[in-house]
Design a protein. Structure first.
Length: 389
């Protein structure tokens, strides 16, 4: 766990952070180190490539209960509550000793809830692939765009995405509707919350792009003197015609300086994809550790005939972790005692829609008491928690 004292030295409310995201800061102004692989890139090449990732947290309507036909575009939702995400309707109460969630759910209400949002697409989105990203919806969610069902997601603690492109109206209003069903109680031994408890994003890319979750980086060899960085990049071609793709991967050091690059080419059939496998070498790597949270970046640049199509960053920490029967846990060849804690994903009176400033405060206290490890209990945690660590 890296030191959060280097991350945030001023108090920010969840509203402050969300407003920054709405202005395009997407938390990076508050947390300069946050650059996880799904974040929007910067620079002239990215503007040319067309990859953008914007917060989709604002301007939602919410109704607690079931509402027949709420997925339809002409459904009237003016009387619904105006909410921003993340949103946990359970924590709003009321408490009841007869609540089906019982003790594990804090004796708070669960049930069914609906969310709706109207939005328009910019002209620049024409010809692009448009995805809705949800960091987690608890639970049994179904999503509709302009009356078309995109699918169901039973589990509430994992991120997922749906492509919106075929169903979007690029000339008028679009309507997104989400039904959440947390009525089957009890379904957790701990407090889960209910609803769209995590962030949402709108991702736009060119048809030829780095595939969603399409990068994978490992370190076959690591020492103080050198390291090998193995990079797998899957490029998807959403066009009907084939694409003569050129993929350049560049390793950037923690200061953003290019260390090494490698280029590969491949013709990718229309509607298909290809996984590039490449390796980079690093002399005297700046090895990651809790006391030295040095992050490199692998930059994946996709071009065709010299024209930028996509630019995508994967942050990495170069380190070797292994367990030894005699010595215990070794990080970069050195024995490290894990002074850990278990944490649940909720945060007391704010429920499961946890403001980032709460995580910062928690991590600062844990760091000051000597903790260097966290066991996320008992489910995948949101991306902002992992970024802060």
């Amino acid at each position: 766990m890296s030191d959060p004292r280097t991350i945030l030295d001023r108090q920010l409310s969840r509203r402050d952070l969300l407003e920054q995201a709405a202005r395009g800061a997407a938390f990076l102004s508050a947390f300069p180190h946050l650059s996880h692989a799904q974040s929007a890139q910067t620079g002239a090449e990215d503007r040319a490539s067309g990859r953008t990732r914007e917060s989709f947290d604002f301007g939602w309507r919410f109704f607690k209960g079931d509402a027949a036909g709420a997925e339809r575009e002409n459904f009237r939702d003016e009387a619904w509550a105006a909410v921003d995400l993340p949103h946990d309707w359970s924590i709003e109460g009321p408490y009841s000793q007869d609540a089906p969630s019982s003790g594990p759910g804090g004796y708070l209400p669960t049930g069914i809830g609906w969310y709706r949002k109207s939005f328009r697409m910019p002209a620049s989105a024409r010809g692009q692939i448009v995805l809705l990203e949800c960091d987690g919806i608890y639970q049994n969610s179904e999503i509709w765009i302009n009356g078309h069902s995109l699918g169901l997601r039973p589990y509430g603690f994992v991120p997922f995405s749906h492509e919106l492109t075929p169903h979007l109206d690029f000339d008028g209003e679009n309507l997104l509707a989400v039904r959440v069903d947390n009525s089957r109680q009890t379904n957790c031994r701990w407090y889960s919350g209910s609803g769209m408890c995590r962030h949402t994003w709108l991702l736009r890319t060119n048809p030829v792009r780095v595939a969603y979750w399409g990068t994978y980086v490992t370190f076959p060899r690591i020492s103080q003197a050198s390291a090998t960085v193995a990079v797998r990049t899957r490029v998807a071609n959403g066009r009907a015609a084939s694409a003569a793709c050129e993929l350049t991967i560049t390793l950037l050091d923690p200061q953003g300086k290019a260390v090494q690059s490698q280029v590969a080419t491949q013709d990718i059939q229309g509607g298909g994809g290809f996984e590039f496998v490449q390796q980079l070498a690093v002399d005297r790597p700046n090895l990651w550790s809790p006391d030295n949270p040095a992050l490199y970046t692998v930059r994946h640049a996709v071009r065709e005939s010299g024209v930028p199509l996509d630019l995508y960053d994967t942050p990495i920490g170069i380190r070797e972790a292994r367990f030894d029967a005699d010595q215990g846990f070794l990080l970069n060849g050195q024995r490290l005692k894990l002074n850990g804690v278990c944490l649940h994903q909720e945060a007391g009176s704010v429920g499961s829609a946890v403001p980032e400033a709460v995580w910062v405060r928690r991590l600062k206290i844990l760091r000051e008491m000597g903790s260097n490890a966290i066991r996320p209990s008992h489910n995948p945690f949101p991306a902002e928690f992992l970024d802060l660590c």
